[in-house]
Design a protein around this ligand. Structure first.
Ligand SMILES: [Zn+2]
Length: 146
């Protein structure tokens, strides 16, 4: 099934998707076992989340013998990019740089990640504006964040 519109995934549903993405395909038993161990969730909770993800079109089912195999319909990287892009679009343009900086402080990055970021930033710097304006209010309000 091809999903055209962006699928909103809740925090709990993300945990289910991470199991499926890691395994490539999973039975409900796989997901229940993994999330019982990792999150201490009840079987019924995981079953409910699986049902929601199927309804949203994030998972498809395939019957193999007596078991249902679940497959993700969205790529992990695409889902991650959608979620982060959507989050950053909620932020004032003036706050985005600081938010990225705080995030970098908070994350465990590999040397490879850091080298890639450094190269990206050096390239960005060549065309970066000196400042950006707030986009929280329409221009005719003549007010902005500081
Ligand atoms: Zn603003």
């Amino acid at each position: 099934m091809q999903v055209q519109t962006r699928i909103e995934i809740s925090d709990a549903e993300w945990e289910v998707m991470r199991v499926v993405w890691s395994l490539g395909a999973a039975t409900s038993h796989d997901m229940i076992t993994a999330l019982r161990e990792k999150m201490n969730w009840k079987d019924a909770t995981v079953k409910t989340l699986i049902g929601r993800l199927v309804k949203k079109g994030a998972l498809t089912t395939e019957k193999k013998g007596r078991a249902f195999i679940y497959h993700p319909t969205i790529e992990e990287q695409a889902a991650i990019d959608d979620a982060t892009t959507s989050l950053f679009h909620h932020l004032c343009r003036m706050r985005q740089g600081q938010a990225v900086s705080n995030l970098i402080d908070d994350l465990t990055l590999t040397q490879g990640d850091i080298e890639r970021l450094q190269a990206q930033l050096a390239k960005k710097l060549e065309t970066a504006p000196v400042g950006v304006t707030c986009d929280c209010l329409p221009a005719d309000f003549e007010m902005q964040c500081d």
